[in-house]
Design a protein around this ligand. Structure first.
Ligand SMILES: [Zn+2]
Length: 217
């Protein structure tokens, strides 16, 4: 049975598109990890060129962006390696940005996902060793991204409360936050005379620890 090689997947064929540079870079790095090779990137504003670290290897990828957008398209692609890959346990293309994107869903559901657990994840998933300090920095960065999203969610809920009050003078609206967990509890509106509970997926976005607080009254 033929082994599936990620760098030969249709997403890297000519004319395939990626919604952002981050998505393109992440897919390229993930393929390099899964298929055990390293690449040398050359990037400027509107093009991204990858060659294999082995100078004799024929593998090649060239992508460019649509002017004025962050949508990227593969323009040229040689989806085969003539090299023998890498033999060492680390990986030069794994940066904090890649680690952060990988662990974002895990940290969202478990804020105690430790740097050690991140190291283990990379070992088990990709057979790659990353240093504790790199895992720690990626964890710190990812937590900031998550807390930023929490604040955005809270701010938009808060704006929603203000909008109800503005369009319905005399009404009261209260956004309750659990003082113990700082998680969103409920939204009460006297105008609507109903108690709203947020869907579970929105609760998921709110913080386990206190980065936001209070009500909009
Ligand atoms: Zn190669």
């Amino acid at each position: 049975m033929q082994h599936h090689l990620e760098h030969q997947s249709p997403q890297f064929a000519v004319n395939s598109q990626f919604e952002s540079f981050l998505a393109l870079k992440h897919a390229c790095t993930r393929a390099a990890l899964l298929d055990v090779y390293e690449f040398v990137p050359d990037k400027d504003l509107d093009r991204y060129i990858l060659k294999c670290k082995d100078k004799e290897c024929v593998w090649y990828l060239y992508a460019s962006t649509f002017p004025g957008t962050d949508v990227w398209r593969i323009r040229k692609s040689t989806q085969a390696h003539s090299c023998h890959g890498i033999q060492h346990s680390g990986h030069r293309n794994v940066d904090e940005e890649f680690i952060s994107t990988e662990i974002l869903p895990k940290l969202r559901s478990d804020p105690k996902f430790t740097p050690k657990a991140i190291q283990n994840h990379f070992k088990e998933q990709y057979g790659v060793a990353i240093t504790y300090s790199k895992a720690w920095r990626a964890q710190e960065h990812t937590l900031k991204v998550i807390n930023g999203s929490h604040e955005e969610t809270y701010n938009s809920l808060s704006k929603y409360c203000q909008e109800i009050q503005r369009s319905n003078p005399g009404s009261t609206v209260q956004l309750d936050i659990d003082p113990t967990t700082n998680r969103f509890k409920r939204l009460f509106s006297s105008y609507l005379r109903e108690l709203y509970r947020m869907p579970v997926d929105l609760l998921h976005w709110l913080p386990a620890k206190g980065t936001v607080e209070g009500s909009c009254l």
